[in-house]
Ligand binder design. Structure first.
Ligand code: NAP
Length: 505
């Protein structure tokens, strides 16, 4: 249900109240802007951290870095905070920065059209329409659950739920459970439920590389220091950033042989310290470069796999029956409940179908041969639209909050430019976007994602990596520090033929 009526017009409409939508709202308020709304489909803020409440959910990036630099939280209780703490942090940010009045809940956006005559976006929700000069799309890259199209799934008689749609009304205690998948979500779910279920079958299609997480509690003294000597929290954040950027970066971007070998060694040691059965070690050992699929961190996944009531099935699930699941070897296992930890639809997002830009062309049309956006943010044909964590702005090695804050800087600077008299719309130029795409492709050429020997959700159906930023994040920060009007075609509010301050495309 919607909490209140939408205004008819607004300067800026933000879609989504997760990390990036809230970050945008906070930065707008800090910049003295108040003519904006946040349209949230759910009844609470938090996005990913509201939805992914499965047992064991926690962030795999340390919390002092996985939080806003402008809203440090000295009270993180652990190095890797659990979901509830991150969710609470985001809710506190709403109160702390006074943005609650801008958030409209229960407003699932059903369409967004660029009105060329008016030079504005018309955004339709389930409960009304709103006209906005600027549209910031912040629905999150990992918000659309991907469920496998398994024959017989509809006939399965027990509860079935996706990791991002956990049904907390269902008790798994004493039941036979199957977890499908062994990605970042599954390796947190498995140890969290292994102790309570009667039997757990973990279906692994491809083994992941897993290194120790080395999670730790922050004691009272440490939290006191983070609170009263803020430089210590800043140092913690900076050291984490540098470690992730410069230890993992070279391995991922350029397949640095030494670093890859070190990661393999550490991961193998980690595996064999918990699993002694050589046959199990073999099926748990990946045959591709670490990082090609997301490199996972865990302290308790392997120990959970060797429990008496847990079985690793080294096959994909092929189909379901009324009372079980059948693997690709044709073996059926009786199961009472099924957990689909099968990831998200990322490279072909549904939202692209509902965003219609200049000339009635949808973003899905524009992306029919693969997603693309200049600096992960702007797409030619879609004036005044800014995508948050858009194509090639996701990360495989560092905190996505750093990317989000870079984009916030960029959008804020774009808005400052757009405040100048006589400016109605900005639209990235074709050649600028094309040059950027070529650059990204070249950066990927010798990376683990291209040459690492695996398939992953980072790649689209054409085999292109349209999700990740291909190189160091500080380079993204540098590129997004300033909005360069020369990269854009700038039109006056009346949509005159003569662009202001720029030549025609
Ligand atoms: P994911 O990485 O896409 O993993 C999906 C898993 O399902 C893969 O292991 C996949 O196997 C498997 N799968 C799909 N269909 C299957 C079938 N029929 N039978 C057996 N296995 C099947 O999804 P995710 O684990 O939800 O993670 C997605 C991303 O979300 C992560 O990469 C990360 O960026 C983010 N995430 C972060 C955290 C965190 O911070 N802690 C936690 C969760 C997620 P294949 O590998 O063979 O495709």
């Amino acid at each position: 249900m919607s909490n209140r009526e939408l205004p008819a017009t607004v300067d800026i409409a933000i879609v989504g109240a997760g990390f990036s939508g809230l970050g945008m709202a906070i930065r707008l308020r800090q910049a003295g802007r108040s003519d904006f709304v946040v349209l949230e489909k759910g009844d609470a803020v938090g996005g990913t951290w509201r939805d992914n409440s499965y047992p064991g959910a926690a962030c795999d990036i340390p919390s002092h870095l996985y939080s806003f630099s402008f809203a440090p939280n000295p009270e993180w209780t652990r190095k890797y905070s659990p979901q509830a703490e991150i969710y609470e942090y985001l809710r506190r940010c709403v109160a702390r920065f006074g943005i609650g009045e801008h958030i409209f809940y229960g407003q699932q956006v059903t369409g967004a059209r660029w009105d060329e005559g008016a030079g504005r976006w018309t955004v339709d929700t389930e409960h009304g329409s709103i006209s906005a000069r600027v549209l910031v799309w912040a629905s999150g890259p990992l918000s659309q659950a991907k469920k496998p199209d398994l024959p017989g799934l509809g006939a399965f008689e027990g509860p079935v739920f996706h990791s991002a749609e956990w049904d907390h009304g269902v008790s798994l205690a004493g039941r036979r459970v199957a977890v499908v998948g062994t990605g970042a979500s599954a390796i947190q779910i498995v140890p969290a439920i292994a102790g309570e279920v009667a039997h757990l079958s973990v279906f692994q299609r491809t083994p992941p590389w897993i290194i120790p997480r080395k999670d730790k509690k922050f004691g009272g003294l440490q939290r006191w220091l983070f609170t009263h000597v803020p430089a210590t929290a800043k140092l913690e954040r900076a050291l984490t950033y540098l470690r992730l950027e410069f230890i993992f970066g070279p391995a991922l971007f350029g397949r640095n042989a030494r670093t890859l070998a070190t990661i393999r060694e550490r991961a193998t040691e980690h595996l064999t310290s918990a699993v002694t059965d050589p046959a199990l070690v073999e099926v748990l050992t990946p045959d591709y470069d670490p990082g090609c699929k997301r490199l996972l961190v865990s302290d308790d996944y392997y120990p959970a796999l060797v429990r008496d009531n847990v079985e690793l099935v080294p096959n994909a699930v092929a189909s379901c029956t009324a009372g079980g699941v059948v693997d690709t070897e044709g073996v059926e296992r009786p199961v009472d409940a099924l957990v689909l930890a099968t990831g998200f639809e990322v490279t072909d997002p549904a939202f692209a179908g509902i965003i219609v830009g200049r000339g009635g062309r949808s973003l899905a049309d524009e992306w029919s041969k693969g997603m693309h956006a200049y600096l992960g943010t702007a797409v030619e044909g879609f004036p005044n639209l800014f995508l948050m964590v858009g194509p090639n702005a996701v990360l495989g090695h560092n905190s996505v909050i750093y990317m989000i804050e870079s984009q916030l800087n960029y959008v804020l600077d774009a808005l400052r430019f757009m405040d100048r008299p006589g400016i109605g719309s900005v639209e990235v130029r074709t050649r600028v976007e094309e040059a950027f795409r070529e650059e990204v492709e070249a950066d990927f050429a010798h990376s683990v994602w291209t040459e690492g020997g695996c398939g992953s959700w980072y790649l689209d159906r054409f085999g292109h990596n349209t999700t990740l930023w291909p190189t160091y994040t500080y380079k993204f920060r540098g590129r997004t520090r300033r909005f360069h009007p020369g990269d854009y075609t700038v039109a006056s509010p009346a949509r005159s033929e003569e662009p202001v301050g720029a030549t025609a495309r």
